[in-house]
Design a protein around this ligand. Structure first.
Ligand code: FAD
Length: 476
């Protein structure tokens, strides 16, 4: 009789294209899926925690429909797994690899402890298309610039996704499980939880449907339309990739098939998926990307690191008085998502016009995004701020007014998210007031916020700060 296998799930809440699950089934004994609420789960921001809650809910139902279960336990991962091994007689623990430094550190410790205890411990790829150590420059180093990285990976063979296992062998007796409701993972969202919930379709089936629709109806025009925030023109895969309700390989193959069918946007889609890989590659090779200026000289830049500044609060509240910025910040608060072009614009406004430290924005996104990913988020912020690898040049300060004219010419996006000044604001704009803390004391009947400052002046101040910073460095 083969002993049970503990399948430790983390950011891979799916049945198909799951190498660790397939191997666990192939091993022959019962498979016991487990999610552990440890310090890394507890450290998640409010929206990512709620998104996880929703993903766990759907995944548990999916497993139950297959005659299996999702066992929930809280505590340090090693102790929980050791307890479960004792309780179930498991002889093996399998999981899918993560790449951010905190997860790597935890997993390395857990692996060596379980191996010392005589268990069979195996970790599998699947979170990424290309393991970060598997892509190297001609000199054997890592890539710091996207274009050569893209050239290095774009024609690599990526195996077809694995099918979901037909059966999930259950143990004779299931170990006890916490109740998901008792974890109250959605509680930090407070009243915003109900609003956000209406905007999220969680689960593997929803992800697969969304990908199929995107590949059928939208990918052909993706290259042209992906910059228009009012359009539903992008894949929305990021939240599913974050929870692992879909695999990157599944997305990649959808892109390859669309490219083979002659759909012009497919190549751009593949390239965007490679940006996610590039972020993970960078964070694995230079973990400081997540917490510090990737270019160390930027520590001397005169960022304002005070998160309590009224201008920063106004940014978070979508009350800067710059309609495109405010619309985007409200989209974020209501839906847990923000269009990529809008992310660049609000990040530029915060770090350049307001000279606020990029970490303030990075932390806010970590609290509010349902697709929060430590590597993509930090790379995005440092790219815009100028302190990151392959970053936008500092002097590129997005002008939110001209960006709005170009990418939201009919004001559809701004009207969708901003209630003030509209006689009959749409439900999307009104939902913001259902989601925000009452202590913000905002109402749709408020007059539209007036710009706290002229974007041209903010731009000039940013450029001046940069000139001074550069001159000081040249002198030093
Ligand atoms: P699509 O346009 O359909 O792209 C397909 C996939 O490619 C995405 O799902 C995503 O996995 C990947 N992708 C696309 N653009 C990028 C990019 N610039 N960097 C990395 N991967 C990319 N993305 C996250 O997944 N999590 C984050 O926390 C995150 N924070 C960001 C912060 C800032 C300041 C910026 C500028 C960008 C950030 N991004 C982040 C990248 C990007 O905005 C989102 O991936 C994208 O908007 C998700 O929408 P989509 O799935 O419809 O993307």
């Amino acid at each position: 009789m083969t002993t049970p296998t503990l399948l430790w799930l983390r950011r891979d809440l799916r049945l198909s294209d799951h190498a660790a699950l397939e191997a666990a089934v192939a091993r022959g004994g019962p498979v016991i899926p487990v999610y552990i609420r440890d310090h890394l789960t507890d450290a998640l921001g409010a929206a990512p925690k709620q998104r996880l809650d929703m993903a766990l809910e759907v995944f548990a139902e999916t497993l139950e429909a297959k005659g299996s279960r999702l066992i929930l336990r809280a505590g340090p991962a090693r102790e929980v797994l050791e307890d479960l091994v004792r309780e179930t007689g498991a002889g093996a623990v399998y999981w899918q690899r993560l790449h951010d430094p905190q997860a790597v550190e935890r997993d390395t410790r857990v692996k060596s402890a379980l191996k010392d205890a005589g268990l069979e411990v195996r970790s599998f790829p699947g979170q990424l298309l290309f393991e970060p150590w598997g892509v190297a420059t001609g000199q054997g180093g890592y890539y710091r610039v996207f274009t050569p990285y893209w050239r290095a990976v774009k024609d690599r063979a990526v195996p077809e996704p694995l099918a979901a296992p037909a059966d999930l062998p259950a143990p004779a007796r299931w170990p006890g499980s916490d109740r998901r409701a008792d974890w109250a993972l959605s509680a930090p969202m407070r009243r915003g939880a109900a609003v956000l919930r209406a905007h999220v379709a969680a689960g593997e089936a929803a992800a697969l449907t969304r990908l199929a629709t995107f590949a059928r109806d939208r990918i052909a025009r993706y290259a042209e339309d992906r910059d228009l925030p009012a359009e539903d023109a992008t894949s929305d895969m990021s939240q599913y990739l974050t929870t692992g309700e879909i695999s990157p390989r599944r997305c990649w193959h959808a892109g390859l098939r669309a490219r083979a069918a002659g759909k012009p946007g497919a190549e751009t889609f593949l390239k965007e998926l490679a940006w996610r890989e590039f972020a993970a590659h960078l964070a694995w090779h230079s973990p400081e990307l997540l917490s510090d200026n990737w270019r160390p000289e930027w520590r001397d830049f005169p960022w304002d690191a005070n998160p309590e500044r009224p201008e920063v609060l106004a940014w978070k509240q979508g009350r800067t008085g710059i309609p495109f910025v405010d619309a985007a910040m409200r989209e974020l608060y209501v839906t847990g998502r923000m269009h990529n072009r809008a992310r660049m614009i609000v990040a530029s406004y915060l770090t350049k016009n307001l000279l606020a430290h990029w970490k303030i924005g990075c932390d806010w996104f970590a609290d509010t995004l349902v697709d929060w990913d430590p590597a993509s988020n930090a790379m995005g912020w440092q790219w815009v701020a100028g302190s990151g690898p392959d970053a936008a040049p500092y002097f590129r300060v997005f002008n939110p007014e001209t960006q709005a004219e170009k990418f939201d010419p009919d004001r559809i996006y701004r009207r969708r998210w901003l209630a003030e000044g509209q006689a009959q604001p749409p439900d999307t704009a009104l939902a913001f007031y259902q989601a925000i803390p009452r202590s913000w004391q905002l109402a749709p009947s408020d007059p539209p916020p007036t710009p706290r400052e002229d974007p041209k002046r903010g731009r000039q101040r940013a450029l001046d700060a940069y000139q001074t910073f550069r001159a000081a460095r040249e002198e030093a």
